[in-house]
Write a protein that binds this ligand. Structure first.
Ligand code: BG6
Length: 510
């Protein structure tokens, strides 16, 4: 039979602008009483409901140790949605969603609880028409992954065939704590789920501004010709936070800034900045190019100078006195975990040879800001008097991931007047001004993609392993060193400034 393509663009199945709706399904969240679920996952589910993007047969099933009834969970979820949702809270939306909430109480090593969960999922087919489809979100500490995965295998919960629908798993970062453990975890996940059904979350990829990097680079002609060592002097990627470690002492002290942010968010931003154009915009093609970039990363030989870690001491932030890391609750007084990591990386490709990529992340820095700043070389010749251009810096393209989402181009311009004086000016694109529609939250986008089965914005295992290959030598080098202290409210330790000064550069002050 000839395939017919509708002439009505609104009915053309290839039109990806149409709202994409998942099939009926359940979203099972392990660790649903934890911080991530309360602050991000539940509000994101509410926002999807509010935007009409959840299917009619949808169930949010919370699983946690607490001895709760459905109603207790519904109360928690309502509060979480009210507090954390991006879109306005509306009672009528909530009332509809509330009918789709279920709670199951149990410990991860409790066979009986998982048998009940398997049975519940079968029952939901009749009661809510989920058609055997379920996504399992592991919002739990990484050490609990093996137990939960084995339970899913034992109860056949992970099997598409047994379920008669699709079964998917969502794994939160960090995926392992080094290359070896990531491999072990991966083989464990692979034993239970097929690779296409595994969604590794790096929520930075769900951010609009991060996706815009691809649009900026590959939908325009303007930037690509100058995107490389002929024109670029250096790149700085910053993910700074003013917050401390909050209530995550246990997790954070085991993890540190390099594993928490550098290994995933920052390396993904680097990969998107440095990658070649994908042959198409599907998951495989994009991952292939990102992977090539990640595999081409090189570490500096002189790690003592170019790999700096720090730990915040007490200081002042927004007029408030804040504690040092070692004084935070439940942090050992002699902890040498870093809360700041800065490193210079290279990319060994023809495009990027010789261009340093400076990456940094830290807690208790002066403000929350994530940006990618591409700094261009100076003009090879300036036909002005030296004094005319003393105020002229490097041309820069700054992709502001958050807050103030947008893009800034900095270049030199003549100062009005009779003299020829050139000074830096900025041209700004602001999402908030250019578009009337607000950007979805990262988790909103990513949960929807999981339910639809679109893996484009999820790193695959090869990327995760390539990233650990960068981090492992850093961690090995840092193991026997103490982090440099920095005062809360300052831009990291002095050693991080010295790292750039050694190269004749300076960190941007965003
Ligand atoms: C998480 C880290 O992945 O990202 C946290 O574990 C960090 O330590 C958070 O605070 C920051 O996310 P965002 O979206 O607020 O920049």
């Amino acid at each position: 039979m000839a395939r017919t393509v509708s002439t009505n663009p609104l009915r053309d199945p290839r039109d990806r602008r149409l709202p994409r709706l998942p099939e009926p399904c359940a979203l099972v969240v392990f660790g649903v009483t934890g911080d991530l679920a309360k602050k991000k996952l539940i509000p994101a589910v509410y926002d999807l409901a509010n935007r009409g993007l959840l299917p009619p047969g949808f169930v949010l099933l919370g699983f946690a140790r607490r001895d709760w009834e459905d109603q207790d969970f519904a109360d928690l979820a309502r509060e979480a949605a009210k507090e954390g949702s991006r879109t306005p809270f509306r009672d009528e939306v909530w009332d509809r969603l509330a009918g789709s909430l279920k709670f199951l109480s149990g410990a991860f090593d409790d066979d009986d609880a998982f048998d009940r969960l398997a049975q519940e999922l079968r029952d939901l087919e009749a009661s809510h028409g989920i058609q055997g489809n379920a996504a399992f979100y592991l919002s739990i500490p990484p050490p609990a992954f093996p137990t939960v995965l084995k339970q899913m295998e034992r109860t056949q919960m992970a099997s598409n065939e047994a379920a008669g629908g699709w079964r998917r798993v969502v794994v939160e970062k960090p995926f392992g704590h080094d290359l070896e453990s990531a491999r072990e975890l991966n083989s464990l996940v692979d034993d239970v789920f097929s690779p296409g059904d595994v969604f590794r979350i790096d929520h930075y990829l769900g951010k609009e501004t991060v996706q815009n990097l691809l649009a900026l680079r590959f939908a325009n002609t303007l930037f690509e010709p100058i995107w490389g060592s002929h024109f670029v002097d250096s790149v700085q990627i910053t993910m700074a936070e003013d917050v401390g470690i909050g209530s995550r002492a246990g997790f954070y002290d085991e993890t540190g800034a390099a594993r928490d942010v550098l290994q995933n968010h920052l390396l993904q931003l680097l990969a998107l900045t440095a990658m070649e154009e994908p042959v198409s915009f599907n998951a495989d093609a994009i991952r292939t190019e990102k992977l090539k970039a990640l595999r081409a990363i090189s570490l500096p030989e002189d790690l003592a100078r170019y790999a700096v870690r720090g730990q915040y001491e007490q200081g002042w932030l927004a007029g408030q006195r804040v504690k040092g890391y070692l004084d935070e609750a439940n942090i050992p007084a002699d902890s040498s975990t870093e809360t700041y990591a800065g490193v210079r990386l290279g990319i060994e490709t023809r495009r990027w040879a010789g261009v340093p990529f400076y990456l940094r992340t830290g807690k208790r820095l002066p403000r929350r800001v994530t940006e990618i700043a591409v700094s261009f070389k100076r003009a090879p010749h300036l036909p002005f008097d030296v004094t005319d251009t003393t105020e002229l810096g490097h041309n820069q393209l700054v992709i502001r991931v958050q807050p103030d989402e947008g893009v800034t181009l900095r270049f030199g311009s003549k100062v009005p007047g009779s003299a020829m004086e050139v000074r830096d000016v900025a041209m700004d694109f602001l999402y908030g001004e250019a578009f009337t529609e607000g950007s979805p939250e990262a988790y909103e986008r990513l949960i929807l993609d999981v339910l639809i089965g679109d893996g484009t914005l999820f790193p695959n295992n090869d990327e995760v392993e390539a990233s650990w290959r960068v981090i492992d030598p850093l961690e090995a080098y840092w193991r026997d060193t103490k982090p440099h202290p920095y005062r809360a409210g300052e831009w990291g330790p002095a050693a991080a400034d010295e790292m750039l000064e050694a190269d004749g550069r300076r960190w941007r002050r965003p």
